[in-house]
Design a binder for this molecule. Structure first.
Ligand code: ZN
Length: 59
């Protein structure tokens, strides 16, 4: 299974794709960081892979 993550461009906090997918839009979990992270910001190939393997990412 490929690990898909997004990295906040403001603070470098790494967020797992399954969290982003669940929320679609979420505030960065980094301390004192107001950045908004979006599932749609992931690269297209990462999004496609994630959606095609969605069952494997269930927590
Ligand atoms: Zn951040």
């Amino acid at each position: 299974m490929r690990i898909i993550t997004d990295t906040c461009s403001e603070c470098g906090t790494v967020v797992a794709a399954n969290e982003l997918e669940a929320e679609r839009i979420m505030q960065c979990p980094g301390l004192s960081c107001d950045a908004i992270l979006r599932f749609a910001d992931l690269p297209e190939d990462a999004r496609r892979y994630f959606l095609n393997h969605h069952d494997e990412y269930e927590l």
